[in-house]
Ligand binder design. Sequence first.
Ligand code: ARG
Length: 459
Amino acid sequence: MALWGGRFSRETDQVVRRFTESISYDQRLYAHDIRGSQAHVKMLAAAGIIPAADAAAITAELEVIRGRIDRGEFEFKTELEDIHMNIESALIAALGPAGARVHTGRSRNDQVATDERLYLRAEADAMTDAIRDLQRALVGLGSRHAEVVMPGFTHLQHAQPVLFAHHLLAYVEMLGRDAGRLADCRRRLNWLPLGAGAIAGCTLPLDRELVARELEFDGVLANSMDAVADRDYSVEFLAALAIIAMHTSRLGEDLVLWCSQEFAFIELDDAFCTGSSLMPQKKNPDVAELVRGKTGRVYGHLMAMLTLLKGLPLTYNRDLQEDKEGLFDAIDTVKLILAALAPMLDGAKPREERMAAMAADPALMATDLAEWLVRQGVPFRDAHHQVGRFVALCRERQVPLDQAPLELMQTVMPAATAECLQLFDPRRSVAARDLIGGTAPAQVNRQLAAWRERLQMNA
Ligand code: ARG
């Protein structure tokens, strides 16, 4: 008979058990459920609601149960629906009446919301660590190849020379904001639902502040109906994960491109690539592809959560049980993405000569030429037009920009001098962008050093 079976005269139908159970996946919450129950009974005893001896017995037995679950020796039962009732029923089986006091002044509605908040708090910390590891891998790769120049792209067309490290640091910045989003989310979710009961609070003199302190929450939720009804913390968490996955997907795409024969910018370690079952010569960047590919399911889980919540009347509805699997999968997926990318970057080898050769195309320095003209007093729009005509002229004559005779240059750029010919050097071009956020080695090295310091990478 279920723990709620008092008013029922028939056993639950088999298909209903399978349909309503969550134990197959919410068992993941067990450590948080146990911790919440221990704080709860401590408070119940302190408030004189249950005998101190019962609270002590419950706390000790919960440790036994924790050990059994840790070791895989606990038998989860589908007929007990979820993690809350599996643990409560084990307590009652072991302790009798003392165990039957654990659920005093509590509902599974405030219990599950508490478990989830504790769980997400821990996952926010673990995810932040994983983000830091990936940032370290990017900063490490950039630092080892701080001199390497490559073509930067807009519209996937060669745009201007940039430092390879500058490109990598762009992702480090994105991931830094991702960690910030998790921290924001963590701050907002760290409030205690317990005490809300099923919906309206409790007639017993619960000390919610004590439980909040015990569980290291920043305080208690002010409205019992909000406490059991909302899952905005999961939406926020999923949104933060979706953004991380979006960023890592772009990094994955860059890596896929860079490994191609067309780009040939980097070589990935064999341990992070796979072969073809048919074509013997292939070395495919499957990890980078899957980093990109797995992003879809993370987005999907965010959309599923929003959809789950949108039409629900206050307060708790069983629909809310559907909040877990997608959330768990999104967390597992993003952790795996971060864990795969970091060592893959550690072993990646940029093909410096190839990148440098691509960056040496004088056309990439056309902007430098226009800005040189600006320095001679030519209005930018005119300078842009003059250089554009020069580019067209060179194409017509099939001569590279840096090999056109000065006289030809001067036909469309009257202000041009011999100095212009020195502009077609990618290293000079990069070094000239020496302002905050620019790709000059002085700037990039400062950023690399600042991140190494922030990420505690300095030996
Ligand atoms: N397994 C349930 C969930 O995840 C726990 C809360 C059940 N509450 C209830 N009134 N049936 O939402």
